[in-house]
Design a protein around this ligand. Structure first.
Ligand code: IPM
Ligand code: MG
Length: 358
């Protein structure tokens, strides 16, 4: 049976980068009998404009019946000051939550050809391969109560709630340990247990879960130290497991170790293996419409989709190999450009990957 893929381009550079990934998927489906059926939908600010909601009911219905979703990016200055419930980011958070996508995998992998594009010294980042496992539908992003209220003294105050239940912590810890078993068998759990009770419990539960994975070593680290260690000596890490907000921050940090935030794909998966695949970067309003954005994070997200939700590891590897070839050939978008390399546009990069596919 054909696998159903829903494509949600979103806002800003979203449509441009997603078009390139779609080209690759179509080529694989023609050349290698990949049985897929692609549909499109609206999300984010463009959905607010067209349908009055950042996650229209129609999009959610399509998402529920799809095997996997490929998403571009959401947000932009146009929607920054609209009513909170209509903001583009709310659409993204709502679809993650509605589909139960609690496990967010963000691999920070350095392509050797890009060692010079990193702002860190090549010897610090060469062969870097970290997997950040971010809890995605709990913690301070979703905790209640939340809001902005007026105090008795007339001042306004903003408030959010950081809350994690034992079962939420346990299931994300199991994902991290399971992934570590297929890698270097090291998990670093990142928290702020010295200050925040929610993460004191996090540490306790992760430690308990670790007993079921005796071949994986577990280390705990406070988030401030983890941020420092990531730029000091990033290769000490194998798998990092952490809360929603810490994962958001540390994954942006880790992306720069690999040369550019334009390189990092992600997978957000639920209990059934269904997932949303998206680059970790945002909608980049400053370069929207200029055919300048790096589509590789999205193309690599499509590869993750084939591997994790569509059970097509060979096709995933085909895409990843093609990306490596293109980088080895010196093809670069602006964000990863270094002297002597061949500069290409967004579509130029997509075409290069397409012709490097075997
Ligand atoms: C990400 C993004 C989102 C997040 C935003 C757009 C809501 O930064 O996927 O990392 O904070 O999760
Ligand atoms: Mg982020």
């Amino acid at each position: 049976m054909k696998k159903k893929i829903l494509i949600l381009p979103g806002d800003g550079i979203g449509p441009e980068i997603v078009t390139e990934a779609e080209k690759i998927l179509n080529a694989l489906s023609q050349r290698h009998d990949l049985e897929i059926e692609i549909e499109h939908g609206l999300i984010g600010g463009s959905a607010v404009d067209a349908a009055g909601s950042p996650l229209p009911a129609e999009t959610l219905e399509k998402a529920k019946v799809s095997d996997a979703i490929l998403l571009g990016a959401v947000g932009g200055p146009k929607w920054e000051n609209i009513e909170r419930a209509l903001r583009p980011e709310r659409g993204l958070l709502a679809i993650r939550s509605a589909l139960g996508l609690y496990a967010n995998l963000r691999p920070a992998l350095l392509y050797q050809e890009l060692a010079d594009a990193s702002t860190l010294k090549p010897e610090i980042v060469s062969n870097l391969d970290i997997m950040i496992v971010r809890e995605l539908i709990g913690g301070i992003y979703f905790g209640q109560p939340r809001g902005i209220r007026v105090r008795e003294d007339g001042q306004r105050e903003g408030f959010n709630t950081l809350v994690y239940s034992e079962s939420e912590i346990e299931r994300i810890a199991r994902v991290a340990f399971t992934i570590a078993q297929k890698r270097d068998r090291k998990v670093c759990s990142v928290d702020k247990a010295n200050v925040l009770e929610a993460t004191e419990l996090w540490r306790e539960v992760v430690t308990k879960v670790a007993a079921d994975y005796p071949n994986v070593s577990l280390q705990h680290m406070y988030v401030d130290n983890a941020a420092m260690q990531l730029v000091r000596q990033p290769k000490q890490f194998d798998v990092i497991v952490t809360t929603n907000m810490f994962g958001d921050i540390l994954s942006d940090l880790a992306s720069m170790l690999t040369g550019s935030i334009g390189m990092l794909p992600s997978a957000s998966i639920n209990e059934t293996g269904q997932g949303i695949y998206e680059p970790i970067h945002g909608s980049a309003p400053d370069i929207t419409g200029q055919n300048k954005a790096n589509p590789l994070a999205t193309i690599l997200s499509a590869a993750m989709m084939l591997r994790y939700s569509l059970d097509q590891p060979e096709q995933a590897a085909r895409i990843e190999t093609a990306v490596k070839r293109v980088l080895a050939d010196g093809v670069r978008t602006a964000d990863i450009a270094t002297p002597g390399m061949r500069s290409v546009s967004t579509s130029g990069m997509g075409d290069a990957v397409l012709s490097a596919l075997d």
